[in-house]
Design a protein around this ligand. Structure first.
Ligand code: UTP
Length: 270
């Protein structure tokens, strides 16, 4: 399985820190957020993780590059050496794609299309600023649901308070009777007005999507905010392919803003 972590955004909510520290590299315990996220992808079965970065964020490539000097520096410090082994093992599965213009999440995902050319099964997409805490990682649970349904696309969901639906992609769909966490999607709307939202179930940072999504993204016109929205392409996918929603267990932390990051530091289990 291929995984994509879009991490090319400007991070304006974290300005001025984001001038020099990409939000995806903010530490949560001893490891940067993106390491936890990439490890989640590997736990879910990804053998290659494509990180989409931008020319203004070289630090992401630097973090995952092998630096022999550290091996010498850490000699005899067993805890740190174990971390280095862990990081190098992960780095061997990481490749990069570049988004030169920040034209939205859908556009960022499209930049990883060449690396996913041979994908025959759904591709896992994990937002670079969303950490999910839980016994079973969200992506692992979603990959199981997809397999149970013959390789269907699955979007991760969470319930949000009604006054916040206008900040998210919101689904319309019916919960299954045999598993009320699983929904058969009938529609998907990006940032609806509160009175027009079809539910309070928001798409929440994790997606497992048919490779057909790349062709849809390539022809996707700009939507909300003038950006190429992933939600709009998923909506078109729904027209010819079944898409499930899965309300994953565990709590999502949006580390892309200072309050969300502080909250994550206090409760994420490292
Ligand atoms: P966000 O919308 O949270 O990131 O996208 P942003 O644009 O950096 O946020 P602000 O509003 O400026 O603070 C979620 C994820 O998608 C990536 C981001 O890096 C983040 O990990 N993204 C977003 C891209 O890779 N490219 C884009 O054009 C937009």
């Amino acid at each position: 399985m291929k995984a994509i972590i879009p991490a090319a955004g400007f991070g304006t909510r974290f300005f001025p820190a984001s001038k020099v520290v990409p939000k995806e590299l903010l530490p949560v315990g001893p490891r940067p957020a993106i390491q936890w996220i990439a490890e989640e992808a590997v736990a879910a079965g990804a053998d290659e993780v494509v990180i989409v970065t931008s020319p203004g964020k070289p630090q992401l490539r630097e973090y995952f590059s092998v630096d022999a000097a550290w091996r010498g520096r850490l000699a005899g410090k067993s805890a740190a050496e174990a971390e280095l082994d862990r990081l190098e093992k992960l780095s061997s599965k990481i490749v990069f794609a570049e988004q030169r213009e920040q034209r939205g999440l859908g556009h960022a995902v499209l930049q990883a299309a060449p690396q996913c050319r041979d994908a025959r099964e759904p591709v896992l997409i994990l937002l670079g600023d969303a950490l999910v805490d839980g016994e079973t990682p969200a992506s692992v649970a979603m990959a199981e649901r997809s397999r149970d349904s013959g390789g269907a696309s699955v979007v991760g969901l969470e319930r949000v308070p009604e006054e916040r639906v206008s900040r998210y992609g919101i689904i319309a769909g019916k919960a299954r009777t045999d598993d009320p966490r699983v929904y058969d999607l009938t529609d998907l709307v990006e940032k609806p007005k509160r009175e027009e939202a079809p539910s309070n179930l928001a798409v929440a940072g994790r997606y497992l999507l048919s490779p057909a999504i790349f062709e849809l993204l390539a022809s996707q016109t700009p939507g909300q905010g003038g950006e190429i929205q992933l939600t709009d392409a998923i909506r078109r996918l729904l027209a010819f392919s079944s898409v499930l929603g899965y309300r994953y267990p565990g709590r999502r932390h949006d580390i892309g803003n200072p309050a969300g990051y502080l909250d994550c530091l206090q409760s994420f289990r490292v």
